[in-house]
Write a protein that binds this ligand. Structure first.
Ligand code: SOE
Length: 393
């Protein structure tokens, strides 16, 4: 007797740049390494430029293309909408998709304002009652070392958390001649380093410690206010050409803030795209009464752990190689010691999302959790504006 084929989850994705390529890879790869209850099908890819979206779809394995995202929301052969577009479009697309009964995966930060994020979270709550679910793409949570860090905190290995130190350091804007991009335009991105990468640190800090930020005191800074509109793009940055005019940078280049967490812990956060030499250094250090943890994404297959309960004669930070089958997610990949990369967090995100949908449970980070991050972003901006001081979240 033939066994039942795995039911499909037909995905419609909007956007096909860096994040679109990453999500495509994740949708393709997840069922090849994990036993999923639903089989993702790369059904339709949408983007405004017909030729460019067709070429991206052929390259990344999508069956069909569309030039209007609304057609995806209306199609009956789509079960999930994956939003990989700049933040100014998230609310409209996500709410329309949820109201049409489609599950949603939305890139971070959830929205460009708390007001948008609140509407999205309300739509997600209403949809969940109908068995339709939404997740926000804070993918770093699914880096095995950070998932392990959370596990150690949950096991009580750190005791009570005292300090959280989070830095997200990149350098692709340190050249003042690097060209303008949508990430530097507040109307498209909502904020700069703060929302683009600081949001990851906020989510990771809250995820690993299980604590919530209750207040912040911040400063934001913009180093370069005008950039060339055209030029040669290399990765996220590049170098501008002198003849295409300039555009205004309307976001922060660096965000620094101190924070209080529920339960008495204190934190320091820094996000910048001007830390020359630091390419994707997403760092998190946590100090508790019994132990400490330290992580740097530039060394993403390791986690430093200090066990304060052993004799001081032998105590010291030790490096856990997070590549053993016993570690989160890693057993589905390569033999111990062979390591994972940036893209694996996105694949794990798909794995957990698909499992939650099949189980009929709200995936994490939910839109409500992402709304909470959005409120921290707002509090940081309010605190930094006109030096207005301490802000409750
Ligand atoms: C650019 O700073 C960026 O691509 C972010 O937008 C991503 O969220 C981060 O994972 C890598 O850097």
């Amino acid at each position: 007797m033939a066994s039942n084929p795995t039911p499909t989850l037909r995905v419609g994705m909007i956007g096909y740049a860096f994040m679109g390529a990453m999500h495509s890879h994740a949708w393709r790869t997840a069922p090849r390494f994990f036993d999923l209850p639903l089989h993702p099908e790369l059904t339709v890819l949408a983007g405004r430029d017909a030729a460019a979206v067709k070429s991206a779809a052929d390259r990344m394995g999508w069956q069909d293309t569309a030039t209007d995202w609304r057609s995806l929301v209306e199609r009956e052969d789509i079960d999930l909408i994956d939003i990989c577009t700049p933040g100014d479009t998230h609310a409209e697309i996500a709410i329309a998709a949820l109201e049409a009964g489609k599950h949603v995966l939305c890139e971070k930060p959830l929205a460009n304002s708390v007001e948008e994020a609140e509407r999205m979270a309300a739509a997600a709550r209403a949809a969940a009652e109908q068995g339709v679910f939404a997740m926000c793409g804070f993918s770093y949570r699914r880096t095995p070392a950070l998932t392990l860090a959370r596990r150690l905190v949950e096991q009580g290995r750190l005791g009570d958390i005292r300090h959280i130190r989070a830095q997200y350091l990149q350098d692709w804007l340190s050249d003042a001649n690097a060209p303008m991009t949508w990430r530097l335009d507040r109307t498209k991105s909502g904020s700069g380093a703060l929302g683009d990468i600081g949001a990851h640190s906020i989510d990771a800090a809250q995820f690993v410690t299980g604590l919530k930020i209750s207040g912040v005191s911040a400063l934001l800074n913009t180093f370069v206010h005008e950039r060339p509109l055209s030029g040669t793009r290399v990765g996220l940055g590049g170098s501008g050409a002198g003849d295409g005019g300039t555009g205004q940078v309307t976001v922060d280049d660096a965000a620094i803030f101190s924070a209080r967490f529920d339960g008495g812990a204190v934190g320091v956060f820094e996000a910048t795209r001007f830390a020359l030499g630091r390419k994707n250094s997403m760092r998190l250090e946590v100090n508790g009464t019994l132990g400490s943890l330290a992580f740097d994404f530039e060394n993403m297959n390791s986690l430093e752990f200090y066990d304060g309960t052993v004799s001081s004669e032998t105590a010291g930070f030790s490096t856990i190689n997070v590549t053993e089958p016993a570690h989160p997610y890693t057993g589905n990949w390569w033999p111990a010691g062979h390591g994972l990369g940036y893209e694996h967090g996105f694949t794990h995100q798909v794995v957990d999302l698909v499992q939650a949908i099949a189980d009929g449970t709200t995936p994490s980070p939910s839109f409500d959790e992402a709304l909470r991050v959005q409120k921290v972003l707002r509090a940081v901006e309010q605190s930094a504006s006109a030096d207005s001081g301490w802000q409750h979240v």
